[in-house]
Design a binder for this molecule. Sequence first.
Ligand code: 9WO
Length: 239
Amino acid sequence: MSGASWTAVVLTLFPEMFPGPLGQSLAGKALAQDIWRLEAIDIRRFTPDKHRTVDDTPFGGGPGMVMRPDILDAAIAGGADPRGPVLYLTPRGRPLGQAHVRRLAAAPAITLLCGRYEGIDERVIEARQVEEVSIGDFLLSGGEPAAICLIDACVRLLPGVVGEAQSLTDESFEQGLLEHPLYTRPQDWCGRLVPDVLLSGHHEKIRAWRLAEAEAATRTRRPDLWARYRSSKVMATRD
Ligand code: 9WO
């Protein structure tokens, strides 16, 4: 292969957090095979003072510190223009979905900005047209764990990283349904049995059972996905 097809550039105060879990299992194997590349860059490299200051107090008062726009801008530029779209991981961001992940995995590279303290100065988001992305409605101690999640979601979509079986699983998720329940040996575990249909060898009945279970799970756990899935079915019957 003539070199990596995808690069993740991570701007962080904790480069030692990377590759972390991304260095293990499928993502780690693909990293070693140069299917993708990771550049974890210490934001403090771009500070001019001897104390390597990246933050300051918030204008208007309030708790904590804010990451300075001039330092972050220098890190994003990094000596050259940023590689690909620049994303900032924050609870204020647009919820990350699989379609967005697919678009990011299709780019040659992405740059991820990981915040700490109370966050970053709004002006660098405006100046660099940074995409704010959330991986869920909860607070982390920093953007790095969210960046690891986003990178893993992208890497598994790169050619040669996961097998055919996994991409079939993706399809059901892409259809807008949650995964059906999974079972394996032992057939009787603590008196809990595997559903008979899965032992029947009747492929059509198994397919129908799995679809019904996926629809039931989606309907009860994710009414938002269920509404979207139902409307897509209605639209399909009209086409
Ligand atoms: C924190 C925050 C809290 C309430 C409303 C808006 C907010 N923005 C941020 C923020 O950008 N925080 C920075 C990154 C610095 C502190 C730790 N950070 C963080 C990112 N906490 N949680 C996330 C995160 C990122 C993506 N998806 C979910 C949570």
